[in-house]
Every structure is written in C-alpha cells, then in structure tokens.
Write a protein that binds this ligand. Structure first.
Ligand SMILES: Nc1ncnc2c1ncn2[C@@H]1O[C@H](COP(=O)(O)OP(=O)(O)O)[C@@H](O)[C@H]1O
Ligand SMILES: [Mg+2]
Length: 284
C-alpha cells in the first residue's frame, strides 16, 4: 500500500516535471522566435500552430516514455510474476481434483471390478480382466498427470529429491538414460528458486522427449555460495531456432529470480539449456 502510494507520487512528480519542461521550452520558443499569431488566427498561421503543437506533443510523449520506462518494466515483471503464481495455484487445484476425485472414483471401480472378476462366469472373465487393466492404467495416468502438475516431492523433500524423481520418471516414460550429477545441498533453497529450477528441468526434459531424438541426457545441478547452475543437455539433433510457449515460459520464470537462461543448440550436436541463478538475494 505504502509502496504503491510512493510509486504513484514519484510518477506524478515526473509527469509534472516533464510537462513543465515542455511548456517552458514552448513558451521560450514562442517568446524568442519571430513567429506571431494574429488576434484572429489567419489561415496561413494554422499549419505553423499545428506543427508547433505536434512537436510539443511528440517531445512530451518521448520524454515521458523514456522517463517511465523503468516503472513500466517493473510493472510488467510484477504482472508476469502474478500470472505465473496464478498458474501454479491453478495447477495445484487441478492436480488435487484429479488425484482426489477421478483418482478416488477409479480406485473404487478397480475394487468392484476385482470382486467381480473373482466371481464372474468364465465366458466374461477375460473381458472383465481387460477392463480391470484399462482402469488400472487410467488410474496410473491420472496419478502421473497430477504429479507432473504439482511437484509434491519439491515441497516435501526439496529440490534434489524432486529432480531425482523427475529424472527417473522421465527415463521410465521416454526410455532415455539420464546421467545426473546433483550436488547435495546443505541448506534448502528459497521456494521460488526451487520451483524455477524444477519447472526448467521439467520443460527441458519434456522437450528432449518430444523433439530431440536423443539417446542420452545429462542433468547437472551445482551451487557455489553466490550462484546456482542447472544444466540439461542432450545428444540429440539440436538446431533449436524457434522459441515456443515452453521456452518462453522458462525465460519468464528465470526472470522472476533474476536468473539467466541460455540455450545452445548447434544442429546435429544436441541441445544444452543452462540456468544461472544468483544466490543470497543479490544480483551478481
Ligand atoms: N532438446 C531439443 N532438441 C531439439 N529441438 C528442440 C529441443 N527443445 C526444443 N526444441 C525445438 O524448439 C521448439 C520450441 O520449443 P518449446 O518452446 O518448448 O515449444 P514446444 O515444445 O511446445 O514446441 C520446439 O518446437 C522444437 O522444435
Ligand atoms: Mg516444449
């Protein structure tokens, strides 16, 4: 509240100062230049007036834009932080509903089916058993979607374990080996930093599975007192040229914690995503 008010005050001052400057300059030019306007404005004087007005308005707009740029920028990054937080909350909600509601319904269906299979006449036992299999894999899918939406492990066990779990799920689903070096951390990192790392690793691995044609992935995480580095590299086809919603999402998340995200992807030589996060709250 206080911060919002002092920002508004600063904004007000700047606008007044810039407008004042423009008016003063305009008046000076009028006073010093030979231009005059008759008591009843003549037709020939109108273009001069219009040009003068246009010059003043343009100068005003340019100065205002330059001077407000830092404010607009910080506004935008606050807006994107809010949007990302809303997205995380929404994911949590959907994950909970998937897990608690559909998951619960399917679990009950499985139990009923199990009893039915045991007592069913032989003619339909096979079909029932197949139904049971289908429901079971539906339940697995729902659980794994819920897990992807909401990284439980992150909250409960911290980044290292959550990344390890992510890697083993990825290997299971995509059949691609992950060589991981995750330095053990003494302390837990701040939650927003952990979440950014997790989401960047998740999107990078998803991209490897979807686009890379890779046999192998490397995931390294290490920290110094001042910096955390996360690297996800693959030996696939490389050649990333287009940045879609996935990569843009990673960049936006990186911005939230003042991090740098670089992607190097020479064609035919695999892709490497690196995330550098300054630690101890300082931008280095
Ligand atoms: N690891 C990768 N290997 C090869 N190509 C990739 C890799 N990651 C991303 N790409 C390419 O970059 C594009 C943009 O990725 P992204 O922004 O995540 O969007 P999406 O995954 O939705 O297509 C992908 O469509 C793909 O062509
Ligand atoms: Mg993607």
């Amino acid at each position: 509240m206080n911060r919002a008010r002092s920002r508004a005050t600063a904004l007000f001052r700047r606008v007044v100062m810039i407008n004042g400057l423009i008016f003063t300059l305009g008046t000076l030019i009028l006073a010093l230049s030979p231009a005059t306007v008759s008591a009843r404005v003549k037709l020939t004087e109108i273009p001069v007036l219009i040009v003068g007005l246009a010059v003043m308005l343009t100068a005003n707009a340019l100065l205002l834009r330059r001077s407000l740029a830092p404010m607009l920028k910080s506004e935008r990054s606050t807006a994107s932080a809010t949007a990302l937080a809303a997205q995380e909350n929404e994911r949590q909600r959907i994950a909970r509903e998937l897990h608690d509601e559909i998951g619960q319904t399917l679990t009950v269906a499985l139990l009923v089916l199990k009893r039915a299979v045991d007592r069913a006449p032989v003619e339909i036992r096979n079909e029932l058993a197949e139904t049971q299999e289908a429901v079971r894999s539906g339940l697995d899918e729902v659980r794994s979607i819920a897990r992807r939406l909401r990284p439980d492990a992150l909250e409960d066990l911290g980044l290292n374990s959550a990344l390890a779990a992510l890697c083993s799920e990825f290997t299971q689903a995509a059949g691609i080996t992950v060589v991981k070096h995750i330095a053990s951390q003494v302390d837990r990192l701040p939650p927003d930093i952990e979440l950014v790392c997790y989401r960047v690793a998740q999107e990078s691995l998803t991209n490897v599975a979807r686009h890379a044609d890779a046999d192998k992935v490397w995931l390294d995480l290490h920290t110094t007192p001042h910096r955390l580095t996360l690297r996800i590299a693959d030996d696939g086809k490389g050649g990333v040229t287009r940045e879609g919603a996935g990569i843009n999402g990673m960049r936006e998340r990186a911005l939230l914690v003042n991090a740098d995200l670089t992607i190097t992807s020479p064609r035919g030589e695999g892709t490497e995503v690196r995330l550098y996060i300054p630690l101890s709250g300082q931008v280095d």
